[in-house]
Design a protein around this ligand. Structure first.
Ligand SMILES: Cc1cc2nc3c(=O)[nH]c(=O)nc-3n(C[C@H](O)[C@H](O)[C@H](O)COP(=O)(O)OP(=O)(O)OC[C@H]3O[C@@H](n4cnc5c(N)ncnc54)[C@H](O)[C@@H]3O)c2cc1C
Length: 439
């Protein structure tokens, strides 16, 4: 029988993303009333359904509809908006910085570590100033407005060099996040060109830079090559086996000597475990992830569970005994189910079950009506792949409410075509009032 200190048991969930939210949802529905309290800490008041970020950036779905409000769905939990900055597991205590600048120390009996990942960066001059990653709803909204506003400015400028820079867009990193972001944004900008007198789609320059020899490692090399062909057909330049050496001042230099000026650099070159893990006394592996048993308990810490992008979970489907599951929503959501069941089993003294799931494949949207998918070895291209992408993700989108709202967004876009107007003021909302107060 597990030892717990408090009555009721205090369960602390760090992060309200895929793993955190799904774990808390399951625990709140399965735990007998009064047996445990569940606290979910996240700086954001919502879970983000990241696979829909490219569609949110392209304006096919309303950004508010791709997030799930934690307070609305986790009615049986305490939701605390704040950032966990330290965990002293020896003391069973987590330090949280709340939005009002306070520091709160939360004690727990059982801990679920699920703070996910952050963008993996490289020491490239200019990256911090010029680049933006593509992981949050804020970045998706920003990029949509930024790309459309580049078209507005390019239409107005009389300087040909400035115009070329404004109309050059670059994505670095060819995983599914980068490919979908690139394809959806390019598709949106291409569509928007019809509303500009002086900008034709061929005036824009879109480029993808990938350090390895292929894109989308989640699918077979053949599907990766197919996707490259479809992108190049649209005029998108794909640089494989290529690295960026500098991007200072928006002047991008590639290691093959190619050089261009751009105002838009999207960095999607992979993720790494959330660095908050280093502020804990939990064990870490070589990639700074928490090493887990197949039961999703952290090695040597049975009262700590972890999963998702921050965890090194053994991949029991692989012949390689060192293999761990890849950072993906597909694993995160399934791990959350096993994790919640194992927390219950641990509390009730029942045996815990191991996590085992063979990666099913991947679906990617490449803009409206275009996609690439490979599920259980079955390859789909073009429209069928795109329909598969939409069907799969709508079925996975948490809550009936969100599913209906997204379906309504898609139907509206189909009937009335998409909106392609930059709400650029969102990126500088006080500018107008500052002008008013200074005049
Ligand atoms: C654009 C994009 C598209 C994607 N598409 C796909 C796809 O098609 N298929 C697929 O399988 N996967 C996809 N993924 C990957 C997938 O979204 C992630 O693997 C998944 O979200 C991981 O779940 P997680 O719970 O580990 O992390 P997350 O869902 O990122 O959740 C982590 C949570 O922790 C919170 N947090 C961070 N720091 C702290 C802190 N210090 N204290 C408290 N809370 C904290 C964050 O705010 C966040 O809510 C995509 C990712 C991106 C970015």
């Amino acid at each position: 029988m597990a030892v717990t200190k408090s009555e009721p048991t205090e369960i602390l969930v760090v992060g309200g993303g895929y793993v955190g939210m799904y774990t808390a949802l399951r625990l709140q529905s399965k735990l007998p009333r009064g047996e445990a309290t569940i606290t979910v800490v996240d700086p954001q008041p919502h879970m983000t359904y990241q696979p829909f970020l490219p569609e949110a950036a392209a304006g096919s779905v309303e950004p508010r509809h791709v997030v799930v409000p934690l307070r609305k769905v986790l009615r049986g939990c305490r939701v605390l908006n704040g950032r966990v900055v330290r965990v002293e597991h020896a003391q069973h205590a987590a330090t949280v910085e709340t939005g009002d600048g306070r520091t709160e120390v939360l004690s727990y009996d059982l801990l679920v570590m699920a703070p996910g990942s952050i963008a993996r960066t490289l020491p490239i001059p200019g990256l911090a100033e010029q680049g933006i990653s593509f992981k949050t709803i804020g970045e998706a909204i920003y990029l949509r407005n930024h790309v459309l506003s580049r078209l507005d400015v390019a239409e107005a400028t009389l300087d040909p060099a400035a115009r070329r820079k404004l109309l050059t867009f670059m994505v670095i990193g060819g995983g599914y996040a980068g490919i979908e972001a690139l394809a959806e944004l390019e598709d949106m900008a291409r569509y928007a060109c019809r509303y500009y007198d002086s900008i034709a789609p061929q005036d824009m320059r879109w480029a993808l830079v990938e350090a390895s020899g292929r894109i989308m490692p989640e699918v077979s090399p053949a599907m990766g090559a197919y996707t490259v062909e479809r992108l190049t057909e649209r005029g998108i330049e794909v640089f494989l086996d290529t690295r960026v050496t500098t991007m200072e001042g928006g002047t991008v230099v590639l290691d093959d000597g190619t050089e261009f000026e751009t105002d838009t650099i999207v960095w999607t070159a992979g993720v790494k475990a959330n660095p908050v893990l280093r502020q804990t006394d939990l064990p870490l592996d070589g990639k700074s992830r928490v090493p887990c048993e197949a039961t999703l308990q952290v090695v040597d810490s049975p009262e700590v569970f972890s999963a998702g992008d921050c965890a090194a979970v053994p991949d029991l489907t692989s012949d390689d005994s060192d293999a761990t599951t890849a950072p993906s929503a597909q694993h995160a959501v399934r791990q959350a189910g096993v994790l919640a069941d194992n927390v219950l089993a641990y509390l009730h003294g029942r045996p815990l079950r191991p996590y085992k799931h063979a990666y099913a494949g991947s679906v990617a949207s490449l803009g409206l009506y275009r996609g690439a998918a490979e599920i259980y070895g079955i390859k789909l291209k073009g429209l069928p792949a795109w329909l598969m992408h939409r069907t799969y993700h709508i079925s996975r989108m948490p809550t009936f409410n969100r599913k209906v709202r997204i379906l309504a967004d898609w139907t509206g876009a189909l009937l009335f075509r998409r909106e392609v107007v930059a709400l650029g003021q969102i990126n500088d909302p006080k500018a107008e009032f500052a002008r008013a107060t200074s005049s």
